[in-house]
Ligand binder design. Sequence first.
Ligand SMILES: [Zn+2]
Length: 306
Amino acid sequence: MGSLFEHRNCPNCGGNDFEVLFDSNIKRGDLQGGIDTVYMLPGDKYGRHVKCRKCHLVYVNPIEKANRINGNYSEMKNSAVSIVRRNRLRATKAQVELAKKYKGNTKLLDIGCGEGFFLFNASKAGYITKGVELSQNAVEYARREFGLDVEVGLFEKMQFPENYFDVVTLWQVLEHLSQPLTVLKEAQRVLKPGGLLAISTPDFGGIPARIMGKRWWNIRRIHINQFSTKTLKNILRNAGFKNLSSVNYKESISLLMLVIPLLKWFKAHKQVRVLLQPGSTRGRIMNNITLLYPSRLDNCVVIGFK
Ligand SMILES: [Zn+2]
């Protein structure tokens, strides 16, 4: 078991003095078979969560080895992509509107762009877009379905030119990264002076997280950093971003995505598979019923500038 995991220091301040919030429930067998759909299906497995005594960041320690994590993302397939497509296309429009309020019609980079739903809307809104994504499958989808300019691989290894992009976005990405500060520093480097960073990540300090504790839907094997707005702003400041502020946009969730965790809770895995099949009429109808809520209810959403 030991060789599959690695210890890490605090991914924000580099310290190694922490208190354990709760222990891992992952067993060796749980790590077989990689990961299927990253979003929408909350797992019931999680790593040991610790809190840095120096900077108060909550992070998973130890983590699965970084090359295993990256390998899993690279092979990941979103089996529900055709079911969630319409909903995600609608939902990501609010993120484009948020970015446009501060900086429109310029060069935009989306790190961890997935199937490109946000990027497709951004390009329709006038941005010149570029995407970076680890999942081969998602990249192929973004190119084939939307004709997007997306590169597969690790952003921090791509060496984009300095002072190049006007906008950099990371939507629900930071919680997955073994070295978030390295990625943020690189995002800051490729951003033009005065350029905009827009970022969202689940809020460990939010009301749902505090009520649900370990059963909060964002406590999952693949979430290895847990930010609050305070610790998120802290790491962004460390990466060199300025004028940070919390913002909000209209987030949406479909009825289907609310029902699936419930079915999983009741161990109705067969029903989950049926609902997520590409041809599922019931899945499609349930996914088209959308509930709007303020993003800040469950997420830290912060913008900053270089
Ligand atoms: Zn720390």
